[in-house]
Design a protein around this ligand. Structure first.
Ligand code: NAD
Ligand code: MG
Length: 384
């Protein structure tokens, strides 16, 4: 039996992970599980999964957690420190599925104590990619991507010589506003942006998918995970999201990984690797799909994608600044404080101001990233 901890168990990826684990109870035993604020759901899952350790990040909910799990033999903890303590438990696999920068410290800690990280939290790599990858190497922790695109790339690279890789083709659905003009995008409401055509995900990544910041984040993610330069990653808008991504080799051959919009496949690959776990999810029906379309991404209408690519070129802690600004801008858009198009403007202006204040240097430690993240949030806040 492999031991698995799930950070962010109550979220979209967390729940999909539970579904996969429930189909393979003979292979995995759950160790720690964590949630942000949804204490009822955490308590239910702790009992259902027979977890050993449960953490509620929102410390004000700790008493509720204690009373909900009284009489059960489960160690309980709370707060950000509680997340870190959960990450110091030795496990075979740690599923990093907290959303946003809030998941960074726990994931960095897991790199030291887990044999493998199943990485859903892409903000770790956007904000701290170089540090994160260096720590993974230092502690010999295997990183298995859970993001469907990166799982596809990983699968297409398996059994091939990575030095013969020519480029990565990162597919993008284009989001719900793929064909909208700038004028039409001016009055987009949170409800419209939360309605993604292909995927059912948490609110933050759904908004990121609508602005194409998600694709920008995935561009940065691919840059850190695989041996390529930024010029070797090409975004391909493929509205059906059936091809989850492709890689091209020196001989011109392109390998693709295809599947339905079920995240269970990427999750189970990250858990079971190198084995493929049997899954009883719906299979892809190519006759129903019938056709696959491809087009270029428009970085003028979707400036977030452009900014993310730029941040890779700029290097240093530009990703941390971009991520901080985007997290605040997305929250402000969801709270109806700013318009949809203002998300990209706030990201762009935050980077410009951060650059003029000279806070985008190289990070030597997590402290550097925390300081830059903090300053970038202050800048973005004042802009909002
Ligand atoms: P979600 O919002 O559905 O779930 C987030 C989880 O994190 C929840 O368990 C929540 O309680 C917890 N959380 C939130 N804030 C927290 C905090 N401050 N401290 C501790 N825990 C906190 O998000 P999701 O859609 O499951 O996405 C999780 C991560 O996976 C994101 O980084 C996202 O980009 C990535 N991802 C998601 C999908 C998807 O299909 N949902 C696909 C690819 C990548
Ligand atoms: Mg993805």
């Amino acid at each position: 039996m492999k031991t698995v901890s799930i950070f962010g168990v109550t979220g979209s990826i967390g729940q999909s992970t539970v579904k996969v684990l429930n189909q393979h109870k003979n292979l995995f035993a759950v160790d720690a599980i964590t949630a942000g604020a949804n204490v009822e759901s955490l308590a239910k899952l702790a009992i259902q999964l027979n977890a050993k350790y449960a953490v509620i990040a929102d410390a004000s909910k700790f008493e509720t957690l204690k009373s909900l799990l009284a009489g059960h033999n489960i160690e309980l903890d709370c707060g950000e420190d509680g997340l870190i303590r959960a990450a110091t438990r030795k496990v075979d696999i740690s599923m990093a599925a907290i959303v946003g920068y809030a998941g960074l410290k726990a994931a960095l800690t897991s790199l030291k104590y887990a044999k493998r990280i199943a990485l859903a939290n892409k903000e770790c790599l956007v904000a701290a990619g170089a540090l994160f990858m260096a720590e993974a190497k230092k502690y010999n922790c295997q990183i298995l991507p859970v993001d469907s695109e990166h799982s596809a790339m990983f699968q297409c690279l398996e059994g091939n010589n990575k030095s013969q890789l020519e480029k990565i083709l990162l597919t993008a659905s284009g989001g719900p506003f793929r064909t909208h003009s700038m004028g039409e995008m001016q009055h987009i409401t949170p409800a419209q942006a939360l309605n993604h055509p292909n995927w059912d995900m948490g609110a933050k990544i759904t908004i990121d998918s609508a602005t194409l910041m998600n694709k920008g984040n995935e561009f940065i993610e691919a840059f850190h995970l695989f041996p390529v330069t930024a010029d070797q990653i090409q975004v391909v808008v493929h509205k059906q999201s059936i091809i989850h991504s492709m890689v091209q080799y020196h001989d011109g051959s392109i390998l693709a990984q295809l599947g339905t919009h079920e995240m269970g496949t990427a999750i189970s690959y990250a858990l079971g690797y190198p084995d493929r776990l049997t899954l009883d999810f719906e299979r892809l029906d190519l006759f129903k799909i019938a056709r696959l379309d491809f087009e270029k991404a428009d970085e003028k209408r979707f400036k977030c994608l452009y900014l993310a690519k730029q941040s890779v070129q700029m290097g240093g802690m530009c990703g941390a600044v971009l991520n901080a600004a985007n997290e605040l801008a997305v929250a402000a858009f969801l709270a109806e404080k700013i318009s949809f198009l203002a998300i990209a403007d706030i990201c762009e202006q935050t980077i410009n101001i951060a650059q003029s204040k000279n806070i985008i240097g190289n990070a030597t430690s997590l402290d550097d990233i925390c300081a830059t993240d903090h300053q970038a949030r202050q800048i973005a806040n004042s802009l909002i």
